[in-house]
Design a protein around this ligand. Structure first.
Ligand code: FES
Ligand code: FES
Length: 175
């Protein structure tokens, strides 16, 4: 089997929030570092760098993953969505932003991109959410500022807002 040198780079190309991007990555480069330092997508935060805090959560081919537990070279040819947003996540992100603001669901904001991307993943698949579901969803994220209650309130409010928007769109389209 051919050996790969630790400094041997590989071109990695993928869609980031709907835009084609590429960069060079060594075999051990973490996706979180690749996004921030090479691609310049600094919205994704890095906390623990070992999968515990959830700050680095992004969507990889539509699924929420820890970008600090993913190697940059693994995402060649994939579709990534981050807090910076794109067409696919635009409306959910706009609504979440508003709900987070209205419910004071962030203070330092360090945990926020990861929590928001976990919620984006959920709201892309489901219309409604109970408090229990939201608690379970954000159970994989650490927030040292808010005490979580405002985040839960914001998420429930966003679910309500998104449902209302969907119903209004259905009425408009005669559905
Ligand atoms: Fe990835 Fe903490 S930085 S989980
Ligand atoms: Fe500061 Fe969550 S708002 S860690």
């Amino acid at each position: 089997m051919p050996r790969v040198k630790s400094n041997q780079t590989k071109e990695v190309s993928f869609k980031l929030n709907g835009q084609s991007v590429s960069g060079k990555a060594t075999p051990r480069l973490l996706l979180s570092d690749f996004l921030r330092h090479q691609i310049g997508a600094t919205g994704t935060h890095v906390g623990c760098e070992h999968g515990v805090c959830g700050a680095c959560t992004i969507l990889l081919d539509g699924q929420a993953v820890r970008s600090c537990l993913t190697l940059a070279q693994q995402v060649d040819g994939s579709r990534l969505d981050t807090i910076e947003g794109g067409k696919d996540t635009e409306e959910i992100l706009r609504v979440l932003r508003l709900s987070f603001k209205e419910h004071f669901a962030l203070q330092c904001g360090f945990c926020t991109p990861g929590i928001v991307m976990t919620l984006v993943d959920y709201f892309r698949h489901y219309e409604s959410a109970s408090e229990k579901q939201i608690r379970e969803l954000i159970g994989g994220h650490l927030c040292r500022c808010t005490g979580y209650t405002p985040i839960i309130k914001a998420a429930l409010d966003a679910a309500h807002k998104l449902r209302t928007l969907k119903q209004a769109a259905a009425v408009e389209n005669g559905g």
